[in-house]
Design a protein around this ligand. Structure first.
Ligand code: FMN
Length: 205
């Protein structure tokens, strides 16, 4: 082999290694924010998390589900035929699907509503089933995930149970939870230590 060719191959290999490093360091994160209050406590937590995650070189896309037109799942089992737009219902889920498919990490963010996640988050999450329908065995794409919640009280047990069961069932890996109790009105969360926890979780990615 000529020296020139050897040099060319060496350079390509080097470039590939550099490229791989870049790809592996940066994670794609999608936040599904189920709070109707854009300046509320859940959003304060997701903002702190996002700040940390971006500082650590990751890419974050947040969807405020309340602002979006997302219908409830019809339970028709008719999705998955076109994996670019997998659901039979055509609405704003088509904005989420491509980002969700690419994401390494899914952040489920919600206020605590009657001891569980908000309807907005549950509705959007059910509709992700259409992506699983692209797989012949209904396997969900493998992701890591995070749970972020805010509440007036501290009764997160039921939501944690749901989240942990979900992770087990669909084979996702949880990277952490930030559960902030004691916050009711918009702004109550100001100065709360959980904001720092959310930020640190972001920087850890
Ligand atoms: C419909 C509804 C149900 C709620 N249910 C609970 C609850 O079960 N437990 C609780 O501690 N707080 C409950 N809250 C209070 C919210 O979780 C709390 O105000 C939270 O900080 C809201 O987050 P946000 O600012 O992101 O909207 C409820 C609030 C609403 C509007």
């Amino acid at each position: 082999m000529s020296t020139l060719k050897q040099k060319y191959i060496k350079k390509r290999l080097h470039l590939q290694i550099v490229f791989k490093e870049v790809v592996f360091v940066n994670k794609k994160i999608v936040i599904l924010n189920g709070s109707p209050r854009k300046r509320g406590n859940t959003s304060a937590l997701t903002s702190a998390f996002t700040k940390g995650a971006i500082e650590a070189g990751n890419q974050v896309t947040e969807f405020f589900l309340y602002d979006m037109n997302i219908k409830g799942c019809k339970g028709c089992f008719g999705g998955g035929r076109n994996c670019d737009s997998p659901c039979v219902q055509k609405d704003d889920m088509d904005r989420i699907y491509p980002i969700y498919k690419e994401a390494d990490i899914v952040v489920l963010a919600s206020p605590l509503y009657y001891w569980t996640i908000s309807g907005q988050l549950k509705t959007a999450f059910d509709r992700l089933f259409a992506i699983a329908e692209c797989d012949p065995n209904y396997h969900n794409p493998k992701k890591s995930s995070i749970l972020i919640m805010a509440a007036e009280g501290y009764g997160f047990e039921e939501s944690e149970y749901w989240y942990d069961r979900l992770e087990q069932h669909i084979g996702w890996k949880s990277l952490g939870k930030v559960l902030c109790g004691g916050v009711m009105a918009v702004g109550d969360i100001e100065g709360n230590d959980k904001l720092e926890d959310a930020y640190k979780l972001g920087t850890s990615i």
